[in-house]
Write a protein that binds this ligand. Structure first.
Ligand code: AVJ
Length: 320
């Protein structure tokens, strides 16, 4: 169970529907209703997240891109050439090429549990870097992954951009970092993006943009439940809220019931009082010390750290 008390169900091959149903029913049964954030990313949700990266208030994507664009020479000096770059996730069409152009990698190994995504992203990347060996691996990288034999003799550079680590509560983040360390082996390095703690108003605006794209992204989860789990959630009676939780240094997304509501999901009935919420996502923020502590707990030693000109986002290099 995570700190919200929700037991995550394993996502095996055809178990996605079953896992979604189990997570939603368990999550709606909690005193503080909560659904794991990974379910935000169906096709509609993934498109909405792409749209979020374009709204003026959402700075993380632009800030991280600025760092990757400007610090390439410093990355190259720090990591050397010939490493196999192992990306945790299918890779973004923008960030990954910036890293691969900057350093002189020996191979590129994207890891993702979603095979379709993975193969599309790998094909894209191969087209951009014709001389670079690309070995996509379909795997759940929250556990140790067996990497292809072709990269066995190359030192690895793990790449985990986007502050995706911030979606996890610290105990899960530490488990993930340790699994990455196991996957990457000795002599490995890790380049990881972590969003920084800043003014509460700036943070809350980034997660509650004026155009309402983030609100759509959040409420799409309720629509997805209605679509896929035969739900009757009255989505129009909910609104989006982005809340800074200072104790845990995180932005929380909630779907807030505006009046007392009763609904059913997969033949089970639920009711909520006016003002009661469904907690749908955490996005933890860090400072230099808290990011170092998290990495050290995850069996990584931080050795360099870069921020954008406005000091909003950090990219950290660590070694095993
Ligand atoms: C994709 C997890 C990095 O936490 O900033 C953006 C997701 N949620 N707006 C983040 C998100 C609402 C995003 N990550």
């Amino acid at each position: 169970a995570n700190s919200e008390g929700i037991q995550l169900v394993d996502l095996d091959e055809d178990g996605v529907d079953r896992a979604f149903r189990a997570d939603v029913l368990a999550g709606l049964g909690q005193p503080q209703k909560a659904i794991p954030a990974r379910w935000l990313y169906d096709d509609a949700g993934s498109q909405l997240f792409e749209d979020i990266t374009q709204v003026p208030e959402y700075y993380p994507t632009r800030s991280e891109k600025e760092i990757l664009e400007n610090r390439g020479q410093e990355f190259a000096d720090a990591v050397g050439s010939g490493r196999a770059v192992v990306e945790f996730g299918s890779g973004s069409s923008v960030k990954t090429p910036l890293l691969l152009e900057a350093i002189d990698p020996g191979a590129y190994v994207p890891l993702d549990i979603a095979g379709d995504f993975l193969r599309a992203a790998a094909a894209d990347l191969s087209a951009k870097f014709p001389g670079l060996p690309v070995y996509p691996v379909e795997a759940d990288f929250t556990k140790k992954v067996q990497l292809p034999a072709e990269v066995a003799d190359m030192p690895k550079l793990g790449f985990f951009p986007g502050s995706t680590i911030g979606n996890m509560v610290p105990r899960s983040a530490v488990d993930l970092l340790r699994s990455m360390r196991e996957t990457l082996g000795t002599d490995a390095m890790l380049l990881i993006g972590m969003d920084l703690i800043k003014d509460k108003d700036v943070l809350e605006a980034a997660y509650d943009d004026a155009r309402g794209v983030t609100a759509e992204f959040n409420l799409n989860l309720l629509r997805r439940i209605n679509r896929e789990l035969d739900g009757t959630i009255p989505v129009q009676k909910f609104h989006h809220e982005a809340r800074w939780n200072d104790t845990f240094a995180r932005i929380e997304m909630h779907a807030v019931a505006e009046e007392d509501v009763t609904f059913s999901v997969a033949d089970r009935s639920f009711s909520m009082r006016a003002g009661e919420t469904i907690h749908t996502e955490n996005s933890h923020k860090f400072d230099a010390r808290s990011s170092n502590t998290l990495l050290l707990a995850g069996h990584w030693t931080p050795i360099a750290r870069w921020t954008d000109a406005q000091g909003r986002f950090s990219v950290i290099l660590a070694e095993a």
